[in-house]
Design a binder for this molecule. Structure first.
Ligand code: PMP
Length: 363
C-alpha cells in the first residue's frame, strides 16, 4: 500500500535526518520568468555581441569529457592579474562565494566552537553554522545599521568565536560598516575574521589591500554582482597558511570547466565591467533620490547595487509590484530592524524607470 510505504519512509527519514535540518525550509529562489528582476543583486546588462562571441569560442574549446583543472590555474592567474595580488597572498576559489562560506565554516567547526556575526546580515552565515554544527551568536546592529562595536567586542570576549563574518558592505542593509570598528574587531578576535566584500564593485572602501596587515583576515569576494552570477565563481584572499587548510575541505573539482574557460574572458573585459558598475552607481543615486521623494518612504544609505527602502506597508507594495511584473525582495518579517523594508536591486535605466513609474502610481 502506498500509504504504508509513505508512512514507513516518513519514519525512516525523520529517524535519521538531523532534527535541525528537518526544521528548515530550503532557500527560496523566486521564479522570475518574464519579470523585471530586481530581487537578487544581479548586474542587469546583457553582454555585447563581441564578448558573447569570445565566450562562445572559449566554451567551444573546452574538453567537457575531461575533469576540469582541479586547481583552476587559469582563473587564479586571471584574478591575480586583475586584482594585482602579490604572489605571497593565498587565494582559494569557490563555486560562488556561498561555497567558500561553507568551506570556511566546515574547516573551523570544532565541536562547541562559535560563529559570530552582526544581524541582520547575510542569512547564509547562520545557515552554514547550523549545517556544520557550530553555535551561532548574532549581535544586533545599532539603529541605522552601524555595527554595535561595544556589543560585538563584549560578545567576542564572552564567546571567543573561532569565526566572525562581516559583510562589507552589508546585505541586506546596504551600508558600509566603519573601517575602524572592523579593525578593532580584527584585533580583538581570537580566530578568523571573514570580511565578505560581495559588493566591492559598488563600495568606496576595501580590506583586500590590508590582508598582509592582519594575520586573521580573510577577504571574501564574488563575481556574481559584477555580471557573472551564472558562472558561480567566488574567491577568498588570506595568508597562505589559511588557504592551504581551506583547500583541504574544497571538493577536488569544485570549479567546473566551462566556468574556468569563460571567467578569464570576462575578467579581461575590465573596461566594460567598470563602465557597467559606474552606470549602476549613478542609477543607484537616481533611484535613491526618487524613492526618497515619495510619500512615506525612508531610503537608507547604500554602497551596493541595491537600495533598502522602508515603506508604510511593505507586503502590499511588494505584491502590487509583483502584479505589475516587477520582482523585488520583501524583508518585512526577517528582523525587527527591517520592518516594512524592501530591498530593490538597481536595474537598467529603463527598468528603473518602470519601477519608479509603477511605485508612483501605487502611492
Ligand atoms: N555574501 C553576500 C554578502 C551576499 O549578499 C551574497 C549573495 N547574495 C553572497 C555572499 C553569495 O554570493 P555568490 O554565492 O553568488 O558568490
Amino acid at each position: 500500500m502506498t500509504t504504508d510505504r509513505a508512512a514507513a519512509l516518513a519514519t525512516l527519514v525523520s529517524g535519521v535526518v538531523r532534527p535541525e535540518i528537518r526544521a528548515l525550509s530550503a532557500y527560496p529562489v523566486a521564479k522570475a520568468q518574464g519579470m523585471i528582476k530586481l530581487d537578487a543583486m544581479e548586474n542587469p546588462f546583457p553582454l555585447p555581441e563581441a564578448v558573447r562571441a569570445k565566450i562562445a569560442a572559449a566554451a567551444a574549446a573546452v574538453p567537457v569529457n575531461r575533469y576540469p583543472d582541479g586547481s583552476a590555474d587559469a582563473v587564479k592567474s586571471a584574478l591575480r592579474r586583475s586584482l594585482d595580488l602579490p604572489d605571497t597572498a593565498g587565494l582559494i576559489l569557490g563555486n560562488g562565494s556561498d561555497e567558500l562560506i561553507a568551506i570556511v565554516t566546515v574547516a573551523l567547526a570544532k565541536p562547541g566552537s562559535v560563529m559570530l556575526a552582526p544581524e541582520p546580515s547575510f542569512v547564509m552565515y547562520r545557515m552554514n553554522a547550523l549545517y556544520a554544527g557550530m553555535r551561532f551568536v548574532g549581535v544586533p546592529l545599532a539603529p541605522g545599521f552601524a555595527l554595535d562595536t561595544d556589543a560585538m567586542l563584549a560578545a567576542i570576549e564572552r564567546h571567543r568565536p573561532a569565526l566572525i563574518f562581516l559583510a562589507y558592505p552589508n546585505n541586506p542593509t546596504g551600508n558600509l560598516f566603519s573601517a575602524s570598528d572592523i579593525e578593532r574587531i580584527l584585533v580583538a578576535a581570537p580566530g578568523l575574521v571573514v570580511v565578505d566584500e560581495a559588493y566591492y564593485a559598488y563600495a568606496d572602501s576595501s580590506f583586500l589591500p590590508r590582508v598582509a596587515e592582519f594575520p586573521n583576515l580573510l577577504v571574501l569576494r564574488t563575481v556574481s554582482k559584477i555580471g557573472m552570477a551564472g558562472l558561480r565563481l567566488g574567491y577568498a584572499v588570506a595568508a597562505p597558511e589559511w588557504t592551504a587548510e581551506l583547500d583541504k575541505v574544497r571538493q577536488p573539482y569544485n570549479l567546473n570547466a566551462l566556468t574556468q574557460a569563460v571567467a578569464p574572458v570576462l575578467l579581461a573585459e575590465s573596461a566594460l565591467l567598470a563602465e557597467q558598475a559606474a552606470v549602476l552607481r549613478s542609477e543607484r543615486t537616481r533611484l535613491g533620490r526618487a524613492l526618497a521623494g515619495m510619500a512615506g518612504t525612508t531610503v537608507f544609505p547604500t554602497q551596493t547595487n541595491f537600495v533598502l527602502v522602508r515603506v508604510t506597508d511593505a507586503p502590499r507594495v511588494f505584491e502590487a509590484l509583483r502584479a505589475a511584473g516587477i520582482l523585488v525582495k520583501n524583508l518585512h518579517g526577517w528582523h525587527p530592524l527591517l520592518e516594512h523594508c524592501l530591498r530593490i536591486t538597481v536595474g537598467t535605466p529603463a527598468e528603473n524607470d518602470v519601477l519608479l513609474a509603477t511605485l508612483a502610481r501605487l502611492t
